[in-house]
Design a protein around this ligand. Structure first.
Ligand SMILES: Cc1cc2nc3c(=O)[nH]c(=O)nc-3n(C[C@H](O)[C@H](O)[C@H](O)COP(=O)(O)OP(=O)(O)OC[C@H]3O[C@@H](n4cnc5c(N)ncnc54)[C@H](O)[C@@H]3O)c2cc1C
Length: 294
């Protein structure tokens, strides 16, 4: 286990915004979980598990947080049944890395998640999805960690999931996803999976600013017929800017850091969007991005 002082959130999030936390604890081995409660109580501050920081808007200044970071080994443990293949992945593993591994193994299911730049744990905790593919459809079980119970497994049937929603049923306890197991189907041809992934990626690249400094979608879609991007566009917010931050010109539901953006500017834009959407459509926009210490 490594402990680093004063980690910068701006360096650890895709929006490149945020101040400094108290410390960062990097878990490297299985036995680090056992020492974690002791280390956390020694460091003080509120623990925050951070994956790749691709869905986080972090506040400026000194944040009374201790970041937890997980290592992610390559590959994935496979057990083959007759119809489904179970693949186990560590939460710290990159989701794109896992998808590339599955493609090489000719395992199909998760390719709709191509282009999501998170970790496996972050994708489980957010129940990531895109273009009709939702991670929970393939989740068989998760390994969780809490200070009170240590590591334990929970079956998918005992989890509550929904659109960008994941609740392991642990109330207000601090929990971490340590591993996830997915049930996938074996395809004949890895090339057909590669082709599906290529098409998903191209579609995203055409319609979303996936190469800019963003955190993905800022707001959840209020309904299938009312995507937040279109509502914001109708409110005149496509390309709308505040200082160094702005709503993307490609997709209005993406906030872009144009180089020198600040968290306060991002929060101001979020407020403006909510107000306009409420007064024009009577709709309350719910945040998809996780605001931390803002
Ligand atoms: C260009 C771009 C495109 C995107 N496209 C999509 C998309 O199509 N669909 C989609 O759903 N999302 C999309 N996102 C958002 C984001 O990538 C996903 O939500 C991703 O799953 C977040 O993973 P992460 O590791 O970056 O999580 P983080 O941003 O680090 O964390 C997000 C939340 O999950 C929690 N968390 C992280 N790891 C764990 C863990 N191990 N255990 C418990 N909680 C954890 C954090 O505490 C935080 O609350 C996009 C983002 C970007 C920048």
């Amino acid at each position: 286990m490594r402990v680093l002082p004063k980690p910068s959130l701006a360096d650890r999030t895709s929006l490149r915004l945020g101040g400094e936390a108290l410390a960062e604890v990097c878990l490297e081995e299985e036995r680090d979980w056992e020492n974690l409660p002791h280390v956390l109580s020694r460091l003080g501050g509120a623990p925050l598990i951070l994956g790749r920081g691709s869905n986080v808007l972090a506040g400026d200044g000194e944040l009374p947080l201790v970041l937890l970071r997980l290592q992610g080994q390559k590959g994935g443990y496979l057990s083959r049944g007759r119809e489904r293949v179970s693949v186990q992945a560590q939460a710290g593993r990159s989701l794109p890395g896992l998808l590339a591994f599955l493609q090489r193994q000719s395992l199909s299911g998760l390719e709709g998640l191509t282009g999501i730049p998170g970790s496996v744990g972050g994708a489980v905790a957010m129940n990531a999805g895109s273009f009709g593919c939702s991670l929970d459809e393939y989740l068989e079980r998760v390994q969780l960690w809490t200070q009170e119970d240590g590591l334990f497994w929970r079956d998918a049937a005992d989890l509550k999931t929904g659109y960008r929603f994941f609740d392991p049923g642990l109330g207000s306890r601090f929990w971490v996803v340590a591993k996830a197991e997915f049930g996938l189907s074996q395809e004949e041809d890895p090339q057909s999976i590669k082709e599906k992934m290529r098409l998903v990626y191209l579609r995203k690249k055409r319609t979303q600013p996936i190469l800019s400094r963003t955190c993905g979608c800022v707001f959840k879609n209020p309904g299938p017929e009312s995507p937040a991007g279109r509502l914001l566009d109708d409110c005149g917010l496509k390309g709308f800017r505040c200082g160094g931050m702005g709503f993307s010109e490609t997709h209005a539901n993406f906030l872009v850091n144009r180089g020198r953006g600040r968290t306060g500017e991002a929060l101001e834009l979020i407020e403006i969007a909510r107000e306009r959407c409420k007064s024009r459509f009577g709709l309350e926009l719910e945040l998809e991005v996780r605001v931390i210490g803002g």
